[in-house]
Design a protein around this ligand. Structure first.
Ligand code: KIV
Length: 251
């Protein structure tokens, strides 16, 4: 798609129902992101979700998807314990979920792990720029502006065998330069229009994430309002006796 100049579309999904809808709507790739820790589990950051929980959800997504590529995040710190452990953990993801690839946060400092996984036949998507698993070290979720480091990270990931790289929250000009410099597709989130593709968290896109949303998000629906409205109307109908009617009643 990169060679043909066709943009890659990716979204996150965490369960069967949503993955099926997203897949049917024609997205190219689905990420079972560790953002699940925040948007599904309600944690403050992405550090809490476990490998078993990622596998549990990725298995539901894998079962739903007919056509999109499904990538599963390696949760903290399952890619940071050496090549042997990384292969064991990523191997479990592929074996137990039916999904096709893993994503891990990091570039140059993860090159050895990316190389080990790819040589074990496990496709790897790298993730450079803002790496949410390092939130405590970074001191918050900030735009990452070290252009030299970002270029080195993306190039190292490509050289180590990654098939794609997510670029999160970096200046658009840096993302464009990285995209031009490497042959593998860059998938941006808060990285401008110059990337080879884009990814968003599905809850953000659908308008069910409570405000404030980060600047890079565009909402395409107001599902929170629609859900609120539907639930209120249901409660009113039950309380007033307007539901169920004969149409929903067995005789
Ligand atoms: O976990 C996630 O949802 C991600 C995307 C934001 C790229 O890593």
């Amino acid at each position: 798609m990169k060679a043909a100049g066709r943009k890659v579309t990716m979204l996150t999904a965490y369960d069967y129902t949503m993955a099926r809808l997203v897949d049917q709507a024609g997205v190219d790739g689905i990420l079972v992101g560790d953002s699940m820790s925040m948007v599904v589990q309600g944690h403050e950051n992405t550090l809490a979700v476990t490998l078993d929980q990622m596998i549990y959800h990725a298995e539901m997504v894998g079962r739903a998807v007919q056509r999109a590529l499904v990538v599963v995040d390696m949760p903290f710190p399952t890619n940071l314990l050496g090549p042997y452990k990384a292969i064991e953990n990523a191997g479990r993801i592929l074996k137990e979920t039916g999904c096709e690839a893993v994503k891990l946060e990091g570039g140059a400092e993860q090159a050895e792990i990316i190389a080990a996984l790819t040589s074990a036949g496990i496709p790897v998507m790298a993730h450079c720029g803002l790496c949410p698993q390092s939130v405590h070290q970074l001191g918050g979720y900030r735009v990452q502006r070290d252009a030299k480091q970002l270029m080195a990270d993306a190039c190292a990931a490509e050289k180590a065998g990654a098939f794609s790289v997510v670029l999160e929250c970096i200046p658009a000009a840096v993302a464009q330069a990285v995209t031009d410099a490497i042959a593998i597709p860059t998938i941006g989130i808060g990285a401008g229009v110059g990337c080879d593709g884009q990814i968003l968290v599905i809850n953000d896109l659908l308008g069910i994430t409570p405000a404030p949303l980060p600047r890079h998000v565009k909402t395409y629906a107001d599902l929170a309002r629609q859900i609120d409205d539907a639930v209120r109307r249901y409660c009113e109908d039950v309380r007033s006796g307007a539901f169920p009617t004969e149409a929903q009643t067995f005789t």
